[in-house]
Design a protein around this ligand. Structure first.
Ligand SMILES: Nc1ncnc2c1ncn2[C@@H]1O[C@H](COP(=O)(O)OP(=O)(O)O)[C@@H](O)[C@H]1O
Ligand SMILES: [Mg+2]
Length: 229
């Protein structure tokens, strides 16, 4: 039996109030298992970013229930005192712009969050080196982000998202800035990671060519989330 890592029950988000209120996600219900890669598809403005930032405990839902890795996060209100801790411990984020910190080198970028979580620097460095090796960029340890290509930066961003050994990886168009071949290799890497390390990965993508690489596809249309067959 596969373990449920993300459980979303009737989760909704309304921005604003009264006449100007916009319901960006309407009663979404689904489960995602350890080791699964799930694509989130949908037109611009359909609610994809709202959904993954709620799952990532960045955007506060309006109603419903969210459970991550067996821990209740939200049930009509936050059930945890420190959403920042949850983000650092359970979740890895990858964004379209890789968001590497420009004045830290590659190794420092990857070890930052584990060190914030109290991991000793020797251990954080060791894990970071292993990850960078795994991602094929171990020769970049002391390079600054400005010295990297787009594909290399995105690999470093993936290493960083994995450094805290998350159960969940949330990626918002992680390959949008890459050419077709590099985009495909980044996606293949994410798939391999999910399967080998039992991580649940949700990727927002517009790229139809990527779809065969996913175990499942969820479609969002006007705030309604549906399983695509
Ligand atoms: N911070 C916000 N305040 C008000 N409305 C927002 C906010 N963020 C998103 N929205 C609205 O919610 C809807 C869904 O947006 P979003 O989740 O960004 O969609 P997508 O990522 O699919 O493009 C849109 O109508 C958008 O205008
Ligand atoms: Mg978006």
């Amino acid at each position: 039996m596969k373990k449920v890592v993300i459980s979303v029950e009737n989760l909704s988000k309304t921005y604003g109030e009264g006449e100007s209120a916009v319901t960006a996600i309407k009663e979404a219900t689904f489960e995602i298992y350890a080791g699964e890669t799930v694509a989130l598809l949908g037109p611009s403005g359909s609610g994809k970013t709202t959904l993954i930032t709620m799952i990532g405990c960045i955007t506060e839902p309006t109603t419903g229930k969210l459970t991550l890795d067996g821990e209740l996060m939200y049930d009509k209100q936050w059930k945890i005192n420190d959403t920042g801790r949850i983000r650092r411990e359970k979740i890895g984020f990858i964004f379209q712009a890789h968001n590497l910190i420009p004045f830290l080198n590659v190794l420092e970028n990857v070890t930052l969050v584990p060190q914030m979580n109290g991991v000793k620097s020797d251990e954080a460095n060791q894990t970071a080196k292993e990850l960078l090796e795994y991602l094929g960029v171990s020769d970049k340890l002391t390079k600054m982000p400005s010295q990297l290509s787009g594909g290399q930066s995105q690999r470093i961003a993936i290493a960083r998202s994995l450094a805290n050994k998350p159960k969940v990886i949330l990626a918002d168009e992680p390959t949008a800035a890459l050419d077709g071949e590099r985009a495909l290799s980044v996606m293949q890497l994410l798939r391999k990671l999910a399967h080998e390390q039992d991580v649940a990965i949700i990727v927002v993508t517009h790229d139809e060519r990527m779809l065969p690489l996913f175990d499942r596809i969820l479609r969002v249309e006007d705030g309604v989330v549906k399983e695509a067959i």
